[in-house]
Design a protein around this ligand. Structure first.
Ligand code: SAM
Length: 255
């Protein structure tokens, strides 16, 4: 946990708005105070071993990043004086279409994608996605959010990704994708193709990544009809959770 992520409910009522800039003749704003009792308290107590007076990096979910000073440490809670003063890092100019991985890999892949700066993610169906994966409890909104929080904490970021589920491939590709991917570079990662994945592109991109068994030819054709170009990463076939960081660091090396 490289960043303690705070949500508005952690703050004393009304205190959060006091962090917004005030006119110069206004007296010093009241400090904003956050009280933590859950796994973040445990982490601060057991890993940071923080004492009163220590400071740590904190961020408000979908807000700024700053410092939290420990002003009180109880048996089951910790109180921080919070000052938020810098923006989170920019997200990638990317919409990621990811064929739904098996639940264990889904969790890791969501964490990696979030840590790498993905802000728009569509989990899509494909012929080789097992139907049972769509019943996974890990697809519940709160469970996906948990994985995103872990990725944000890891990468020192606060901007929550938006995740959408699309359980039918054909209607998604035919009816929704053209608008969604409009004016973007459209790529489908596919090992069996002649073009190598481009490097350091400076443009909005829509990237499709297949399931463990790969996209079937029909799906690659449908994506190509929608304007997607197939690109490879060399002769080694990588697991989805490995292919994704390789693709993103190749496409957006400086981000
Ligand atoms: N046998 C499958 C195939 O040939 O498509 C392998 C699928 S791979 C385990 C899962 C996904 O990761 C692929 O659909 C693709 O999107 C991506 N991937 C893995 N290795 C890749 C490579 N060398 N080039 C391009 N994409 C790759």
């Amino acid at each position: 946990m490289n960043l303690i992520l705070l949500s508005p409910t952690d703050f004393a009522p009304g205190s959060l708005s006091s962090n917004s800039p005030l006119p110069s003749n206004t007296p010093e704003p009241a400090p904003i105070i956050a009280r933590l009792e859950d796994r973040r308290f445990q982490h601060i107590a057991e890993v940071h071993r923080a004492q009163v007076g220590d400071t740590m990096k904190v961020g408000l979910i979908n807000g700024d990043i700053g410092d939290g000073e420990v002003i009180e440490r109880g048996e089951r809670h910790i109180t921080l004086k919070v000052s938020l003063h810098r923006s989170p890092p920019p997200g990638l100019p990317l919409t990621l279409l990811l064929a739904l991985p098996r639940p264990k890999m889904l969790k890791r892949t969501i964490q990696h994608a979030t840590a790498l700066g993905v802000k728009k993610l569509y989990l899509i169906n494909a012929y080789r996605v097992e139907k049972s994966y769509w019943q996974s409890p890990w697809l519940a909104e709160d469970k996906l959010r948990e994985q995103c929080l872990l990725g944000l904490e890891q990468a020192v970021d606060t901007a929550m990704p938006q995740i959408e589920l699309r359980k039918r491939f054909k209607p998604f590709v035919e009816d929704e994708l053209p608008e969604l991917a409009r004016d973007s570079l459209k790529l489908v990662a596919h090992p069996v193709t002649t073009s190598a994945c481009p490097i350091d592109i400076q443009q909005q991109t829509t990237l499709a990544v297949g399931p463990e068994g790969g996209f079937i030819p029909y799906e690659v054709e449908k994506l190509q009809e929608a304007g997607f170009e197939s690109v490879h990463l060399g002769p080694r076939i990588l697991r989805v959770e490995t292919a994704l960081p390789v693709l993103l660091s190749r496409l957006f090396p400086a981000s």
